[in-house]
Design a protein around this ligand. Structure first.
Ligand code: FEO
Ligand code: CA
Ligand code: CA
Ligand code: CA
Length: 607
């Protein structure tokens, strides 16, 4: 999803940034000079990456085998897949969680039924299991009334409740039987949605900015976009465009500067929840801070069905796309995060200590640590700027204010405005890939003008940057390069893709790229596989008209991959009836679903 940009801050004056940098240099671990000498995954790069990988790299960067036949772009109501591969459909929207393999009907579908079945808007996900059975945690980003009920806006509270219940995430046990996967009956199967009781944790949990007069019960998670997973076995679900659910009919309500910076406006996105549920009414004094309770990374324990989802305030409040957790030097949990909006930022959180030690102490590694925002300098280096009162520009801020109004804190320290940072994925080389999906409002000069990390004016098709931190993810600096400008990646059919969004790098350095948005020739969104070494791309799978391809996870043997088709046909049966064969308007309403991908010879996906 996207919307108008709300970052009007003044962050591109490099001189100012540099002056600031010099004045708080002592806070930065390492030096720019040191960083410049450290290995960068690419630049002159790729071909000699094996050599360069000397510093901090965990594996040599040998070119992975990507042996399948790349397929053409297409524009049909059904998916296509490379001839060496096959796909099947799992957990479509409305499938019951009871393992019966049946679904609730579209006609007469209720909120209560939705709470017992798979949500809609399948997005980021992670599979916790072995090669035959496990738990799939899956986000439900998007569940507004046009998609669920075929009507533009809700007309009563029950319809709002249905829409709220369609959001959030599912924990669902799945198992393989022969070549097919299906939902298994399990006490762990559950839905977490827009009204589930949740908790706030971390440094801002008790902040006055999160208190409501109506009481302090925290409820719900919304617009759950991309994801993360932790080495202690939990799942991270990330709240992206939360602002759009809030609105008001009050003519006296005025947005604060903080509201404006997060795109919070009286009209919302037109969802109209606020007309029936006062929790989403911006002018309701009892819920004055409700909007501050969204925009977080939320931790869920898939193995404890009674546990509440926990909003981890130490990771800051932005329109969180995803949360890629890697283990850095000394066992620190390091989480990389994008804030998906035009001209917004890339963030990193580093846990206070070794994650195992913290868990032994009874402290979540996601509750104590330091948040940083990235500045990408034109010379291919970058700086992680600490978002705490220790940084000069934030010396008058309290930590809770920084964490609740993170975007404004990042504006104050001169972070680099990026072209909509979506997913971030860690490679086995220690490099991090960030998709910058597009930004048609990028100009040529001035505050919103191009820079080396965002080098395309009117960036219709987006790009992918990769960076590598100094000191095994703990350094205050990093090196970066552009991995791919989508407009320049071509095959015999011309430009291959646009709007990169989902991304995952396998242990062999295959880079899986998923798209959401404008493709060449306005064709369907897709899943591509690139070599992290040669940068060669092939197209493995194409989605259906009107859908986004997102979410990527595999079984441990990597012989089964799960991806998602979000909003096939944009919910319109005249465009697609997927997963049903195309019949047109008289056919079934299309259903968001998970796609199971296997190689016909049983090989590793992507090979
Ligand atoms: Fe939910 Fe930025 O994609
Ligand atoms: Ca989406
Ligand atoms: Ca996305
Ligand atoms: Ca997107």
């Amino acid at each position: 999803m996207s919307e108008e940009f709300s970052n009007h801050s003044d962050n591109r004056e490099f001189e100012d940034v540099l002056n600031t940098y010099m004045s708080r240099r002592k806070l930065i671990v390492g030096s720019l000079a040191g960083a410049a000498l450290t290995f960068m995954g690419g630049s002159a790069a790729s071909a000699s990456a094996g050599k360069g990988a000397a510093t901090g790299a965990k594996v040599a960067a040998k070119a992975p085998k990507i042996g399948f036949t790349s397929i053409p772009l297409q524009n049909s109501a059904m998916p296509t897949i490379a001839p060496e591969y096959a796909y099947s459909v799992l957990i479509p929207w409305r499938e019951k969680l009871d393992g019966s393999g049946t679904s609730f009907d579209y006609i007469g579908f209720t909120a209560e039924q939705q709470e017992k079945s798979i949500g809609i808007g399948h997005d980021g996900m992670w599979y916790f299991g072995d090669d035959k059975k496990g738990l799939l945690c899956i986000n439900h980003e998007y569940g507004t009334t046009p998609h669920i009920m075929g009507k533009r806006v809700p007309t009563n509270l029950e319809e709002v409740r249905l829409s709220q219940a369609a959001h959030g995430m599912s924990v669902v046990a799945i198992e393989r039987s022969g070549s097919k996967w299906k939902v298994a009956k399990s006490a762990k199967n559950r839905r977490i949605h827009g009204n589930t009781v949740a908790k706030m944790s971390g440094p801002a949990a008790k902040s006055a900015l999160l208190v409501n007069a109506a009481g302090n019960k925290v409820q719900g998670t919304l617009n759950n976009c991309a994801n993360g997973k932790t080495p202690w076995g939990t799942y991270l679900t990330c709240e992206e465009n939360f602002n759009g659910y809030f609105g008001t009919t009050s003519t006296t309500w005025k947005p604060s500067a903080e509201h404006t910076r997060y795109g919070i406006v009286a009209a919302g996105f037109g969802y109209d929840w606020h007309k029936f549920d006062p929790r989403f009414d911006l002018a309701d004094a009892s819920y004055a801070n409700e909007v501050n309770r969204f925009g977080w990374v939320v931790e869920v324990d898939p193995n404890d069905p009674k546990s509440a989802p926990i909003k981890r305030t130490a990771l800051g409040r932005v329109k969180h796309e995803g949360a890629e957790l890697v283990v850095g030097k000394g066992g620190r949990a390091v989480v990389y995060m994008g804030d998906d909006e035009r001209f917004d930022y890339v963030y990193k959180f580093v846990s206070r200590a070794n994650w195992k030690t913290m868990i032994k102490e009874g402290v979540s590694p996601l509750d104590e640590g330091t948040l940083y925002v990235a500045r990408f300098d034109d010379n291919g280096t970058g700086v992680w700027i600490e978002l705490s009162p220790k940084t000069a520009q934030l010396s008058s801020w309290t930590l809770d204010k920084i964490l609740v109004h993170t975007r404004l804190a990042a504006d104050a320290v001169g972070a680099t405005k990026m072209d909509r940072p979506e997913w971030i994925a860690g490679a086995p080389t220690g490099e991090m890939y960030v998709t910058l999906t597009n930004n048609t409002q990028r100009g040529t000069t001035g505050k919103a003008g191009i820079d080396k990390a965002n080098p395309t004016a009117v960036n219709t098709y987006g790009h992918i940057v990769r960076f590598k931190d100094a000191n095994d993810h703990l350094g205050g600096t990093f090196n970066w390069e552009v991995f791919a400008l989508a407009k320049d990646v071509t095959d015999a059919g011309g430009q291959m893709f646009g709007s990169p969004d989902g991304i995952w790098v396998d242990p062999d350095n295959r880079v899986f790229v998923q798209t959401d948005g404008e493709q060449p020739g306005k064709q369907n969104d897709q899943l591509l596989v690139a070599s992290g070494v040669t940068k060669e791309f092939k197209r493995l799978f194409t989605g259906v008209k009107g859908s986004e391809v997102t979410g990527v996870t595999v079984t441990p043997d990597r012989r089964t991959m799960f991806v998602n088709l979000q909003h096939p046909g944009d919910g319109d049966p005249s465009i697609s009836n997927f997963p049903a064969e195309f019949q047109g308007l008289g056919g079934p309403v299309p259903r968001d679903c998970t796609i199971v991908i296997t190689r016909k010879n049983g090989g590793v996906i992507g090979s």
